[in-house]
Design a binder for this molecule. Structure first.
Ligand code: NAD
Length: 252
């Protein structure tokens, strides 16, 4: 019997690298999974790749209340009340000195990470079974500052505030709420960041990051997903309000 047997799990950013990796492990552990993402074609492709009767996908913009509500209602109708919310959708923005940082980019990054995670939690909580688990994907960027990364880093810190408030509010229902903080992951999202950063810092950003990570390399999406399964399952039954670093020691 899997550690998530029969549990209904919602995954935002469900068409993306970490979302799909987590969904694959959720399914392996016996869960039913609703993938939510705003990229419809990639979402259908992700659901097809996972190839299971226990997975479904729905196009959602996490910044839009009506679309989130419709998706959560559809998930409950299809799979039953929610046990696990993996709030994971994300965008990066850009890297610029503060005086040049574009306000519209700042707003767009905040909308997804902060308003989006807030809406997902706000609308999922009343549809959850007691004893469930919420995991929000923050980042090592939610624990440190770096020049120029204004929107992403402040948004990733803000998610910790959301997590801490929720952990206290939902403890009475035994719903645990935690953040995960991955360091650089070997995937397209991070590659795009590193391509931009390499130009700005004038050296290979991938090598630079690896030199900052005691374990000396990027994580695989699967390695991060395993920590998500841990927080989703009863294996972490006494862990709430926690920031789980999955960063190869980068923040140590
Ligand atoms: N890749 C890394 O190195 C890394 C490191 C630390 C944290 N993270 C975080 O991990 C999470 C997953 O990122 P990933 O690496 O899988 O990248 P990804 O780009 O593969 O996945 C992110 C997904 O979020 C979706 N998304 C963006 N805005 C959305 C919206 N408004 N509504 C619904 N879906 C939306 C995208 O379409 C995409 O599929 C993000 O929150 C990211 O910030 C990534």
């Amino acid at each position: 019997m899997g550690s998530l047997n029969g549990k209904t799990c919602i995954v935002t950013g469900g068409a993306g690298s970490l979302g799909v990796a987590a969904a694959r492990l959720f399914l392996k552990e016996g869960a039913k999974v609703m993938l939510l993402d705003r990229r419809e074609a990639e979402l259908q492709q992700a659901a097809a790749t996972l190839a299971s009767a226990d997975v479904a996908g729905m196009a959602v913009d996490v910044t839009d209340r009506a679309s989130v509500e419709a998706a959560l209602d559809a998930a409950v109708a299809r799979f039953g009340k929610i046990d696990v919310l993996f709030s994971n959708a994300g965008n990066f923005g850009t890297v610029r000195p503060i005086a040049e940082y574009p306000e519209d980019v700042f707003d767009a990054v905040y909308a997804v990470h902060v308003k989006g995670a807030f809406l997902m939690c706000k609308l999922a909580a009343p549809r959850m079974n007691d004893g469930g688990s919420i995991i929000i994907t923050s980042s090592v960027a939610g624990t440190r500052g770096d020049p120029g990364v204004y929107a992403y880093i402040t948004a990733k810190h803000a998610q910790v505030g959301l997590m801490r408030c929720l952990a206290k509010e939902l403890a009475g229902r035994r719903i645990r709420v935690n953040t995960i903080h991955p360091g650089p992951i070997a995937n397209d999202f991070q590659q795009r960041v590193e391509d931009d950063l390499s130009e700005i810092i004038g050296r290979n950003a991938t090598e630079f990051f690896d030199s900052q990570i005691p374990l000396g390399r990027h994580a695989s999406p699967d390695e991060v997903a395993k920590s998500v399964v841990y927080l989703a399952s009863d294996q972490s039954s006494f862990t709430t309000g926690a920031m789980l670093m999955v960063d190869g020691g980068m923040s140590a």
